[in-house]
Design a binder for this molecule. Sequence first.
Ligand code: CMP
Length: 138
Amino acid sequence: MSNRTFTMIKPDATRKGNTGAILQMINAAGFRIAAMKMTKLSKEKAGEFYAVHAARPFYGELVDFMSSGPITAAILEKDNAVEDFRKLIGATNPAEAADGTIRKLFAASIGENAVHGSDSNENAGIEGDFFFSKLEQF
Ligand code: CMP
């Protein structure tokens, strides 16, 4: 799994009509789309996805936001995918994101930050399997 990562284009980016522009940047950076779907998380599913953050003060806000509208979930393939994708999206807080990164261009705040990217190879596998059966991963 070390050449794969997982992403979600979050509800803020979906609402603003930025899904196509973000996918274009992902393709231009050399990632191959190995799985993709547009869907909407229930509160329960969003809570399950972000369970690792359950003790954080922002957990409730995060779950509410991530279940507030449609997202696009995708598995992306490229050498060094996890690290390279985190460089492409930029820092979690868009105020700290480097110029030219997806979050610098499209994120409004640390909560409404346009995209998610896995933080490790292990989590990339877990997160991809959360959304996609093995039959849906190409
Ligand atoms: P993401 O990469 O999806 O993983 C966890 C998310 O928690 C993160 O992006 C942020 O959107 C969100 N997050 C992190 N810190 C805060 C915070 N202080 N307030 C609100 N949301 C946060």
